[in-house]
Write a protein that binds this ligand. Structure first.
Ligand code: NAD
Length: 354
């Protein structure tokens, strides 16, 4: 399997090294072969190639079965014009690979319950929610306008969804729910938005092919509340682009630890981009302090969603859990009485558990 590896900026290189260490161990144990091809993206690509997503990197990605990404950005490039900003590289990567669904699990291991902002009686034994967000349509991509009117300047953003766009992500969300606890919640604003009404119509129609999955609906304002009140009621959440953007950040904060969370962005045929949800953390770059678990959990998602290797993915997840149960912590999740380790050591401990 060919994997494009794009470390990016800041802590990107450090966390990617540990994820590859884990993949190497998986390859050894299960007699697999991963071929890694490295490319530039973000600020380092601007410095070396004059653009945040160079042609060479696109070629590498297109010739790979999956993309593993670190993070991009940093103060050095903050004042660049928008087409020379590191983040532009990410948007170009997503667009060129046509990834339309973003999978963001919010996982809180029971041993890290104290990291959550919520009370223990709300969290109970931890958290495991999967948010499936539509990524390349809706308000962020619809027509935008500025018009002068007698009441002053007027701005317009358009939310557009076609049934095709809704169908393809809905099927994916049902497939994911089927492999988890078989519950899917569509989050929308169908009491006021026409697009939400179309989402409901299509999702309810597709649900007839997935009778083993329990489907329910919730308005987005209520969902924002329910995530805080009783997050364990959710298994898989399916939602449109803007609601997903907001709710996935809210859900990630319930876990209290940015460095722990993975994500996957999938297109057709399960081609995907896998990356931790955090940024390039320039404040700790090069200090062996970054938590590599978000990136390591991202490669577990890669094995599961792009390569169909459920057992191998579960092996990685279990290794992470075991290392946490043994009390090892990077500084972002450290509490007194636990064993403080750096990025490299954390990666080594996890790979040794596989
Ligand atoms: P950030 O996620 O990089 O950092 C926020 C805080 O969390 C920092 O204190 C950082 O040290 C800490 N942190 C983040 N990841 C960590 C990890 N793995 N282990 C331990 N601590 C960790 O967000 P920011 O500071 O707002 O942004 C820094 C740069 O990253 C900016 O240039 C921003 O544009 C960019 N960014 C990139 C992405 C991406 O590549 N997908 C996402 C968000 C931000």
């Amino acid at each position: 399997m060919k994997i494009a590896v794009l470390p990016g900026d800041g802590i990107g290189r450090e966390i990617i090294n540990e994820a590859i260490k884990v993949l190497d161990k998986v390859a050894l144990k299960y007699k697999l072969k991963f071929e890694f091809n490295e490319g530039l993206i973000g600020g380092c690509a601007v410095d070396e190639k004059g653009r945040p997503f160079p042609k060479e990197t696109l070629e590498i990605c297109k010739n790979s079965d999956a993309v593993l990404l670190g993070a991009v950005g940093g103060p050095k490039w903050d004042k660049n014009p928008s087409n020379m900003r590191p983040e532009k590289g990410l948007l170009e990567l997503r667009k060129s690979l046509g990834v339309f669904s973003n999978l963001r699990p919010a996982i809180l291991f029971s041993d890290l319950k104290e990291a959550s902002n919520l009370k223990e009686e709300v969290i109970k034994d931890g958290l495991d929610i999967m948010i499936v967000r539509e990524l390349i349509s809706g308000a962020y991509f619809g027509e935008k306008k500025r018009i002068d009117t007698k009441d002053g300047e007027k701005a317009l953003d358009t939310i557009e969804y076609s049934s095709y766009e809704i169908e393809r992500i809905t099927k994916r969300a049902f497939e994911i729910a089927r492999k988890r606890n078989k519950k899917l919640t569509l989050i929308d604003k169908a009491n006021v938005l026409e697009t939400s009404k179309l989402w409901r119509k299509i999702v309810s129609k597709i649900s007839l092919d997935y009778k083993d999955v329990k489907l329910d609906y919730m308005y987005v304002d209520n969902a924002a509340m329910q995530l805080i009140k009783d997050p364990n009621q959710f298994d898989v959440i399916l939602t449109e682009n803007m609601f997903g953007d907001i709710l996935s950040d809210e859900a990630s904060m319930l876990t209290g630890s940015l460095g722990m969370l993975p994500s996957a962005s999938l297109g057709k045929d399960n081609a995907g981009i896998y990356e931790p949800i955090h940024g390039s953390a320039p404040d700790i770059a090069g200090e062996d302090k970054a938590n590599p678990i978000g990136t390591i959990m991202s490669v577990a998602m890669m094995l599961k969603y792009s390569f169909g290797m459920e057992k191998e993915a579960r092996d990685i997840e279990k290794a992470v859990e075991t290392v946490l149960n043994k009390g090892y912590r990077t500084s972002d999740i450290y509490k007194e009485g636990k064993k403080l380790v750096g990025t490299e050591k954390m990666g080594t401990l996890i790979s040794e558990e596989i």
